[in-house]
Design a protein around this ligand. Sequence first.
Ligand code: ZN
Length: 280
Amino acid sequence: MSGTRDIRCICGASAFDTIFTYLEAPAGEVKFDFGPGPYRREILRCRNCGHFLSVHDIDMKELYGGHYVNSTYGSDGLRAAFARINALATVRSDNVGRVERVTEFVSAYFKGRGVGFAPKVLDIGSGLCVFLYRLHELTGWPCTALDPDPRAVEHAKTEAGVQAVCADFMQADGLGRFDLITLNKVIEHVLDPVAMLARAAGNLNDGALVYVEVPDGEAAMAEGSGREEFFIDHHHVFSLTSFKICAQNSGFEVHALERLREPSAKFTLRAFLTRPPSIS
Ligand SMILES: [Zn+2]
């Protein structure tokens, strides 16, 4: 592939093994309109930290401005998908487990601030907004959704009943500061996840938390190239080590790092991040 030799991992290393090669889209991968040209893509694995990179020449620049919602949910599908996912039984819902975990950890973490303290929450890449809707319903915490797609933002306001901002987070100004920023299955979609986490640090109050979920490539690779963790919209798929390195290189300390298989069968890594006291 062109440029493969110039590729650098988030750990700084540049020696990789090719784990998977795709000459056509794997079954189940969302059919984005990439224009003409052959489909060719490789998953490379870093020999140092076990991180996975998806390498291809397909132009994905405009993906999240609207094509992503169109391809993923259809042009009028957000409301229907929101209703369908909200209706999932507790045992089948990734969001139930996610809300439980976040509520439990965050409540304990901020216990010293008193019972009246309600952390201000920003969810970056809110998409369908099921997570934030449920978190807000359960806790009453002031919640703001951020998404680059105007339909997702309108949906967050009208269906999920939370504040919402339409922006590309990497360009957004004046968002304010928050006590909890959540990035659920978001940083694997951007070319530079370290830059995204580092930017999030600028929107944190003192002593704030960041909650991050990413796809777990180490667990997924055992089930082969067809796993959704390796689909084209993920530039990065993480190992336990590379997730830690990514957070640390963004200026964070890592807490409660966990590996889990979700009710949807996704292989996931999740953790809470804080700024070290010397920096914040
Ligand atoms: Zn690496």
